[in-house]
Design a binder for this molecule. Sequence first.
Ligand code: DWN
Length: 395
Amino acid sequence: MKKKFLDLAKQPLANSFLHNIKKKNLKREYFYNLSVSFDKKNHQVSLTKHVNPKMQYTNLYAHRASQSQTMRKFFQDIALKLQRKFKPKLSMEIGSNDGVFLKNFNKKNIIAVEPCINLAKITKLQGYKTYSKFWTKKLAKNIVKSHQKLDLIFSANTLSHIPNLKETFDAISISLSKDGILVIEDPYIGTVIKSNSYDQFYDEHVYVFSLLSISKTVSLSNLRLFDSEPITTHGGSMRYYICKVESKYKPTKRLNYFINKELKQKLNKFSTYQNFSQRVKKSKKDLIKLLTSLKKKKKKIIVYGATYKSTTILNYCNLGSKYFDYAIDTTPNKQGKFTPGKHIPIISPQKGFNDSVDYAFLGAWNFKKEIFKKEINFIKRGGKFITHVPKVRII
Ligand code: DWN
């Protein structure tokens, strides 16, 4: 049974960047109540109510996974590592976005699945076999029929977006070869709790997994977890290695280690999430207080990175143009638009990241290292960054 522990107010869809803020357009903007629950039975943290995926993964999907140097290198490394270690004959990626992972494979050896038509077009044009469809059992059966069973299925930051996990893992079970493996990566609830990164909750993140929850969920589809690896991407994620129940892979020592760590962190207890919820409320108060005091001093503050995550913060803390002059973002199809719900204009860093900026709030805090390296001149001239992770502070 699901029990609610966190209320994050009325929110727009995190991907709904607006072309204009004329009254007529604003009237049509869609909002829903964002709240988060914990299920004692399977230890799963999820949105209390999810929105319809057909509204989310459209032809206008904004996020491009290859926008950061960190992610390009990261996906290259994991693609090469998996090919070296597991030597798959045929692989598939679910949620291939703009092809940042699969471009490290030979075109004949990998299949892409991507429901957003604008993104699927990119990999199709590059010559990759791409199915522009939602991942379902029907699609899995079609793929196995037209090709063969898969030795490797990879999916980063995608399975946690799909409401029907039973269908998702059943479809994976159908398409994996006998000793085929599924490798998934998603933001990790253990880190969200530790870092107070409540902005990992937005409409697309239907679930934020743990080893405990994934292990229970996959067991319903004749699959089992055999290894896990914490990774630093997206502010702290977990990589899960999953195989068929009867497969040759034995559970690793590090899997047991990390499961025990979750039990020590009490990720199986509702009280952990209740305490987290109190810290989120404090984070909101602290952020509003800090920004208000800077605005009283007439400081110019901008948002660095119009991330989906920042949609949650801006709308939960009610931070609009009164606080932020604009947001900067490198993604071309976010530029010239307005942030969902709070309608802050988004411009390119070339136009907006200049000497007039006093403070930059890190919407893309998960790329802090890359950003600090790139923006050394801003730091040298006395510009400051603001973050809310793990607590609200000026850096
Ligand atoms: O799961 C999801 C994750 C993986 O990506 C989604 N459902 C959608 C998206 O979420 P996000 O927008 O919170 O992700 P990122 O990857 O944290 O977004 C970074 C944003 O910041 C991009 O729009 C690019 C921008 N950026 C920038 O303007 N300058 C990033 C860097 C590193 C920079 O230097």
